[in-house]
Design a protein around this ligand. Structure first.
Ligand code: NAD
Ligand code: IPM
Ligand code: MN
Length: 366
């Protein structure tokens, strides 16, 4: 059965890196005789300018009908400055997609590739061999909690409100996803919260501990407060295997951890509804970076995060971990040959990196 892939390139460097990722995806599908149907639609600021909404109901219908989504990036100064009210979903196509498709498990794999050790801002001896996953809860927490808004107080001030809230079922489903991932890796799960101050953190820690004790005794679980976790990521990132945390902490810690791989432009992600044990999952695949307005339109963005996201699509939606390995191998070969974009201290353009990756895809044997 042909898979349906909805491509939402978005704003800024989104269309540049998504075009690169689509080229690599089409090349690998063709080589392996895999059929796919591609659909394209507007999202983010580009969609807002055309329709007044950041994603349309029609595009949501396509998203519900697709097997997976390849997403670029959304936003930019032009739209960030709009004074919008309403739900987070009405203010971001990406947030509406995550929430309505229940893509609660966001995998952000952090790796120190040997080819890039000397180009990282981290010391090589600190990061050599790093390989862990930040598992970020994506459909709850302070991004969505009520009440929220900017209100007027009795003394005439404005007051901005956000609410951090997690239910037991939201915590247990992301905890189970974390244990499931760790079970097939090095069997270590680190849960990150702020239980020394926040009630939602107390519940988070209690629920993760219970799931671990009752359902995954073979996985070693430890807990860190988020401030310590930030420091530990910088001090000794090799200690982590799977790091599970909430929506906001995961957003912040993953951008920080991205620098272990040399650049934010290297980091891919998969957002899954995570049916445990299912070989083929519905997912949204996107680089972790944003629209990078400071470099957009110049053809110099690093497409590796988007290309590696295609690898995750092949692994989780196509059930082809072997093809994910091939994409990673091709990216590493391109880097080993010195094809590095500006963020990695090189001068290769987006197109040159893309061509080098395609050239490095292994030929099909037989
Ligand atoms: P950003 O991730 O866009 O950029 C941060 C820095 O990293 C910039 O200096 C940028 O040039 C660099 N960078 C990012 N991607 C790169 C790449 N592929 N190659 C080389 N360098 C790269 O974050 P920001 O500047 O805080 O946000 C810009 C806009 O993007 C905002 O509107 C924000 O809301 C939005 N955003 C969207 C997403 C998303 O769609 N998933 C994620 C983060 C930010
Ligand atoms: C990310 C981004 C998004 C988030 C924004 C663009 C809504 O920063 O995917 O990391 O905060 O989740
Ligand atoms: Mn982010």
């Amino acid at each position: 059965m042909a898979k349906k892939i909805l491509v939402l390139a978005g704003d800024g460097v989104g269309p540049e890196v998504t075009a690169a990722a689509e080229i690599v995806l089409r090349a690998i599908l063709e080589r392996h005789g895999l059929a796919a149907i591609f659909e394209h639609a507007l999202v983010g600021g580009a969609c807002y300018d055309a329709t007044g909404e950041f994603i349309t109901d029609e595009t949501m219908r396509l998203a519900h009908g697709a097997d997976c989504i390849l997403f670029g990036s959304e936003g930019g100064p032009k739209w960030d400055e709009l004074e919008l009210s309403g739900t987070p979903e009405s203010r971001s196509g990406l947030i509406r997609l995550r929430r309505e498709l229940e893509l609660f498990a966001n995998l952000r794999p952090i790796r120190a590739l040997d080819e890039l050790l000397e180009f990282s801002t981290f010391r090589a001896d600190v990061i050599r061999g790093v390989d862990f996953i930040v598992l970020r809860e994506l459909c709850g927490g302070i991004y969505f909690g009520e009440p929220r808004g900017i209100v007027c107080t009795a003394d005439g001030q404005q007051r901005g409100i956000d609410t951090q809230v997690y239910t037991e079922s939201e915590i247990s489903r992301i905890a189970r996803a974390g244990f499931e991932l760790a079970r097939f890796r090095r069997r270590k799960l680190t849960s990150v919260d702020k239980a020394n101050v926040m009630e939602s953190g107390v519940l988070w820690r209690r629920v993760v501990s219970r799931i671990g004790r009752e359902e995954f005794p073979e996985v070693a679980l430890n807990h860190l407060y988020v401030d310590n976790a930030a420091m530990q990521i910088v001090r000794n990132p090799r200690q982590f295997d799977v790091l599970v945390t909430d929506n906001l902490f995961g957003d912040i810690l993953s951008d920080c951890a991205a620098m272990i791989s040399g650049s934010l432009g290297m980091l891919p992600s998969a957002s899954l509804s995570f049916a445990a044990g299912a070989k083929e999952q519905k997912g949204l695949y996107e680089p972790v970076h944003g629209s990078a307005p400071d470099i957009a339109g110049r053809g110099i963005a690093n497409p590796a995060g988007a290309i590696l996201s295609v690898g995750l699509m092949l692994k989780y939606t196509f059930g082809r971990a072997d093809l994910c390995d091939q994409v990673e191998h091709a990216v590493r070969t391109a880097l080993a040959n010195g094809c590095r974009s500006m963020d990695l201290g090189g001068n290769a353009t987006t197109a040159q990196v893309t061509d080098a990756v395609v050239a490095a895809l292994r030929p099909v044997l037989n």
